[in-house]
Design a protein around this ligand. Structure first.
Ligand code: UDP
Ligand code: MG
Length: 329
């Protein structure tokens, strides 16, 4: 019997966890040819999420959980879940039932049909503000133009992956993870499954507008150096204009003598160049920041509690451990 691990990142999801389990299990009961195993990852929740996970673990034999020492973010939670998942296939889905469990049978069918991955994409954005949708669309357009990886509009972190693809995703052990980009970067044959957006039944979203903005910037800088090239290009174009202007002014001065002081021109030039320089330093800073964080090579997450036994691929506590394990396997 093939096994399927289901990785579920949870942050302050006390309201919805039990409902998530029963709803998902209802669907899984209709496909008895697979062995399903849940790995809930408590991402340092401040509510009763962890104690509910302990209860779920006691009540159901197919549940395990990991719990972080603090909130490391959804990306870290997904990574932790993936390092501990040992199924033939691995599903990643949200705990809030916004990723309809009803899609699982179709996803399994697609992956059995030979795809390496079957991922869900939203066709609508009901329940989301207009501004947020507009920014999101701009991000996808910009990101696809600037980076080598092409992100699919509406793609969510709900997918089933083959063992081979999961190992490929784990081999990218960067600390600042942008999973949407990583999934696209590793390649493989992905089948897209459209679905209508579902609103959260309980609890509320953890994303603030500012959080999403930072996420978007990180996403672009993690997969492209195009902004750096843009800075060089702007510098080059401005230098060309400056050179022309110098020659014209020089000739003017030689022929007509020294003109009236160009107060406005000087002011405009100084302000304009000042702005460009600030922008360039900012862009450089983004990349240096990334290098700095990666150079520290800190673990992506720290476990405080886990229902999974240590040993084999399950003991991944730090990046090094998981890298060693992968080398062993
Ligand atoms: N999540 C997490 N860590 C965080 C924020 C969110 O593990 O720091 C989980 C959350 O519990 C949920 C999933 O990531 O299962 C998606 O979060 P949310 O529903 O808040 O995002 P949205 O659906 O609004 O994009
Ligand atoms: Mg959600």
């Amino acid at each position: 019997m093939k096994t399927v691990s289901i990785v579920v990142p949870c942050y302050n999801e006390e309201d919805v966890l039990q409902l998530f389990y029963t709803e998902t299990q209802k669907v899984l009961d209709t496909i008895p040819d697979y062995g399903f195993h849940y790995i809930f990852v408590d991402d340092g929740s401040r509510d009763r999420t962890l104690s509910i996970l302990r209860e779920l673990k006691r009540a159901y034999s197919n549940v395990d959980f990991l719990s972080f020492s603090r909130n490391f973010g959804k990306e870290a939670a997904m990574y932790a879940g993936l390092t501990h998942a040992d199924g033939d296939y691995v599903i990643v889905m949200d705990a809030d039932l916004q990723h309809p469990p009803a899609l699982i049978p179709t996803m399994l069918k697609e992956i059995e049909a030979g795809h390496d991955c079957c991922a869900a994409m939203r066709t609508s954005r009901t329940g989301e503000s207009r501004i947020r949708s507009a920014f999101s669309r701009t991000f996808y357009r910009l990101s696809n133009r600037l980076t080598d990886v092409s992100l699919v509009q509406g793609a969510v972190d709900y997918r089933i992956m083959s063992r081979q693809m999961v190992d490929a995703v784990l081999s990218l052990s960067e600390v600042q993870r942008f999973s949407k980009g990583i999934f696209a970067w590793v390649g493989f044959d992905t089948k897209w499954l459209p679905y209508e957006n579902v609103e959260r039944p309980l609890g509320k979203t953890k994303w603030s507008f500012w959080g999403l903005f930072k996420y978007a910037i990180d996403g672009i800088t993690a997969f492209s150096v195009a902004p750096l090239r843009m800075v060089s290009l702007i510098g080059f174009i401005i230098s060309c204009f400056a050179f022309l202007y110098i020659i014209i002014t020089l000739i003017q001065t030689l022929i007509f003598g020294i003109d009236v002081p160009g107060y406005v021109t000087t002011l405009c030039a100084v302000l304009f160049l000042g702005g460009i320089i600030e922008l360039s330093v900012g862009i450089l800073g983004e990349y240096i920041g990334h290098i700095y964080m990666e150079a520290k090579d800190r673990p992506i997450y720290i476990l405080r509690e886990s229902s999974l036994p240590y040993g084999k691929r399950k003991s991944a506590q730090t990046k090094e451990d998981s890298a060693d394990e992968r080398a062993d396997n």
